[in-house]
Ligand binder design. Structure first.
Ligand SMILES: C[S@@+](CC[C@H](N)C(=O)[O-])C[C@H]1O[C@@H](n2cnc3c(N)ncnc32)[C@H](O)[C@@H]1O
Length: 195
């Protein structure tokens, strides 16, 4: 099951945001919402074999990680507003330090930061998606990989070092700076082709 770990550096973590102003009141949660929808929605179908970790670092209660498990997901719709409501509901929870709360079917929230999330992947192979990586056409990828990427911003140097601890393949999807959600579409399509 492919896993996407997406870092939201400024994304709100206390759930105190307006569903009517997602780009303006959430620290660009909207970028990550598109990543969630892209990870699960096909035309008239849902991918059940994908997992997404949104590692949120913004104000006022971060870090928090919201995890979407495709095999259990319910109430996910293609519009950003309803996905934002699932995230808001998760962020309103108050998990203990080592606790993960199941806020709605297939949606979990914890106080894990990037290091804890990466370390929870066991010995799975890692890919760091970055523009200056090796072309995706030249690497053998499969559904066992963990794909790590930034949301609005690239990973910081410290975060890159955390990923380096897992010996990632640095993979480029092409010469242009892509939206995070578009990267996910390209990766999943490559995995579908490689199947
Ligand atoms: C919107 S981009 C981050 C900001 C972008 N680097 C910029 O300077 O505008 C979000 C993430 O998508 C991934 N990404 C974007 N373009 C890519 C490419 N051509 N190849 C691989 N990953 C890419 C990277 O992980 C990046 O951190």
């Amino acid at each position: 099951m492919p896993v996407f770990v997406i870092v939201g550096h400024k994304v709100n973590t206390d759930g105190q945001f307006s569903l009517n102003d997602l780009p303006g009141s959430t620290g660009r949660l909207d970028i990550l919402l598109r990543c969630v929808n892209t990870s699960f929605f096909l035309s008239n179908d849902i991918r059940k074999n994908v997992e997404v970790f949104l590692v949120l670092q913004g104000e006022l209660d971060g870090p928090k990680t919201v995890r979407f498990a495709g095999s259990e997901l319910k109430y996910l719709n293609p519009d950003e507003r309803s996905t934002a409501a699932l995230v808001k509901n998760a962020l309103m929870q108050n998990p203990g330090q080592d606790e993960e709360i199941n806020s709605t079917p297939g949606v979990y929230v914890s106080r894990r930061g990037l290091k804890e999330v990466l370390d929870s992947m066991g010995d799975r192979p890692f890919v760091h998606l970055r523009e200056d990586g090796k072309s995706i056409r030249e690497v053998e990828l499969n559904e066992n990989f963990v794909f790590v990427m930034g949301g609005q911003f690239d990973l910081t140097e410290d975060e890159e070092n955390l990923v380096l601890d897992h010996n990632p393949a640095n993979v480029s999807l092409g010469p242009n700076k892509l939206h995070a959600s578009h990267c996910i579409t390209i990766v999943l399509n490559e995995l579908d082709i490689n199947k």
